[in-house]
Design a protein around this ligand. Sequence first.
Ligand code: HEC
Ligand code: HEC
Length: 288
Amino acid sequence: MKARLPIAALLTVLGTVGFLASCASDSGSSGDTNNSSGGGGGDTAAAKAFFVSKVYPSIEPSCSKCHATGEKGAPVFLASGGDASYNALEGATGLIADPSSSPLVQHGLHSGPALTSDQGDLVTQWLKMEVTARKLTGDTGRPANLRAAFKAFGACMDYKEWKQLGLDKIPLTNTENEGQCVSCHIKGQASLWLSPNPDETFIKFTQFPYIQRLVVGSVNPSGAFDSLQNSRRMMDKGTEAQQVNANSHPRFALSPTVMTNITQFVSDTLSNMNAGRCQGVTQPDAGK
Ligand code: HEC
Ligand code: HEC
């Protein structure tokens, strides 16, 4: 409560860490995935051993506080100790998946921290072992992975509809007592880019990582990327802050109209994208 001021200052730092972590994907780890030459079962065991000995000790201090307990409404996918956490992760849908689609790697800064780049490297290395051992693929006939789907969604967002629905006004929304969203999110802090310049804001929303504040990937039971859905982050964030014990994000409420319109924009864009109707979309430059 008392330490409000440093938040805005810390944002830049936090945003950078989150960005670096989400970029730390292909870090030359394939050598380790191949070093168990035993049977198929041996690969799964090696992946589990790697999780228990390397990954869990690295992420436990940053993530267990909420994700082993459900504190602050966090989904529970860890437990106490490496073995129990591995079981919990196996039970959670879609977390053990290719690093390009696993929310563990992709979630970034949220009410909790993003993975540091060291943590991100370990988690990526481990998930690659799991993908090999479990023979997981992303072969669904839709965009091959989460990144490809984000790209397709961004390319299908229509600026004209965005403005007609009034979504260009979101950055100027007031929080209860800490000013407008732009005052903290003007340069993409916490992977949310809300600038007073509507063209710039829209363009950023079409790009990763900012696009995640509109849509999030879901995965099928075998862990492969399945489809995009409304991530509701701007719709839910202001209310989550009102829960007991919630994070210190300033409270806000988007108007019911804006919430309905975000939902409509996301579902229109998804159905156009899935039907291949993206040719006519307008971009900020087209209006000039
Ligand atoms: C202060 C509490 C807190 C901490 C610490 C925390 N988280 Fe979270 N996490 C949440 C909450 C609340 C949600 C649900 C809302 C959201 O998605 O942001 C969540 C959601 C997630 C999700 C989405 C799960 C899903 O099934 O879609 C992932 C993945 C995640 N966190 C990863 C992490 C990782 C990795 C760490 C450690 C680096 C971490 N979190 C630390 C509170 C926390
Ligand atoms: C006083 C500074 C401040 C203002 C004003 C502010 N935010 Fe944030 N916001 C933050 C900080 C700090 C984070 C990262 C920590 C967190 O998630 O609570 C964040 C993160 C977020 C996230 C991403 C994390 C998640 O859980 O998905 C969303 C979405 C968000 N803010 C929405 C908004 C909206 C919409 C507004 C305007 C109505 C707004 N914020 C105004 C400081 C601010």
